[in-house]
Design a protein around this ligand. Structure first.
Ligand SMILES: Nc1ncnc2c1ncn2[C@@H]1O[C@H](COP(=O)(O)OP(=O)(O)O)[C@@H](O)[C@H]1O
Ligand SMILES: [Mg+2]
Length: 239
């Protein structure tokens, strides 16, 4: 899905005015992986929620394949989300009273897919994330790394075209961070969804082909590999 962000600003009125995002304009490449880095409190989640149509910008707009979804009513937006969007969260939000399979099926059942096709699709994606033998486990019967993978499966089930990840590796140790990144990258290669990750995890962000930094409400594009490559070469030349 192609996403065009145009002069997007967001402030909150709470104790005074909190300006979070200022005039962001950029396009998110369809089928690519973009990472937005930023320290805590810089507005990463706010940005992702707006792109995920869960919140609205104060001013500016977003076009999703040319359409202004944020202008639509709640009901139409909810339909758009159910059909196209998958969310991966730091706190995976698996429902404790449902099995791994049922958790993965949930978004499909909510969008009124029939039970047997929801089950078939969910099993397939759980297989792909390596949880084919954990279908009937409850969230408290699997490891942290497995929970993260279940969260990925739930986000991806049902052919979503836009996946939004908010600190997807936030709760994991380094080994599991790499595991999750490799898994997401591998699934992206197969399924070609558009992926936007917001994170303060540099190692994760560094692997993304498109990399931005969010700071003081503004977004700066980084050209990670080229820049680091250049620095390395310069160092070599100096020594
Ligand atoms: N619903 C809200 N009402 C008022 N202020 C908010 C709300 N959500 C976030 N903020 C403020 O906006 C800023 C950015 O928050 P957030 O997007 O959660 O940052 P990040 O995800 O980068 O840590 C913070 O200063 C936070 O306190
Ligand atoms: Mg956040």
């Amino acid at each position: 899905m192609n996403i065009s962000i145009q002069s997007l600003s967001k402030h909150f009125k709470k104790q005074g005015k909190i300006q979070v995002l200022q005039e962001l304009s950029f396009d998110i490449e369809s089928g690519g992986i973009s990472a937005i880095e930023g320290a805590s409190g810089e507005g990463k989640s706010t940005f992702l929620y707006i792109v995920g149509t869960l919140d609205e910008p104060s001013t500016g707009k977003i076009l999703y394949d040319g359409k202004e979804i944020l202008q639509m009513n709640q009901n139409q937006r909810a339909k758009f989300r159910a059909k196209n969007l998958g969310f991966i969260f730091q706190h995976h939000y698996l429902l404790p009273d449902f099995t791994v399979l049922e958790n993965t099926m949930m978004p499909l059942l909510i969008r009124r897919e029939n039970r047997s096709s929801a089950q078939k699709e969910s099993k397939k994606i759980l297989d792909m994330v390596g949880l084919g033998d954990r279908l009937s486990h409850y969230p408290d019967e699997i490891s942290g790394g497995e929970m993260a993978r279940a969260g990925v499966a739930r986000a991806l089930a049902g052919n979503k075209s836009l996946i939004l990840a908010d600190e997807p590796t936030g709760n994991l140790d380094r080994k599991n961070v790499r595991m999750l990144r490799d898994l997401i990258w591998e699934l992206h290669e197969k399924m070609k969804f558009t992926l936007v990750i917001v994170t303060h995890d540099r190692e994760l962000a560094r692997s993304a082909p498109k990399r931005y930094t969010l700071s003081e409400g503004r977004l700066h594009e980084r050209n990670p590999l080229q820049k680091e490559e250049k620095e390395r070469k310069e160092k070599k030349r100096e020594s």
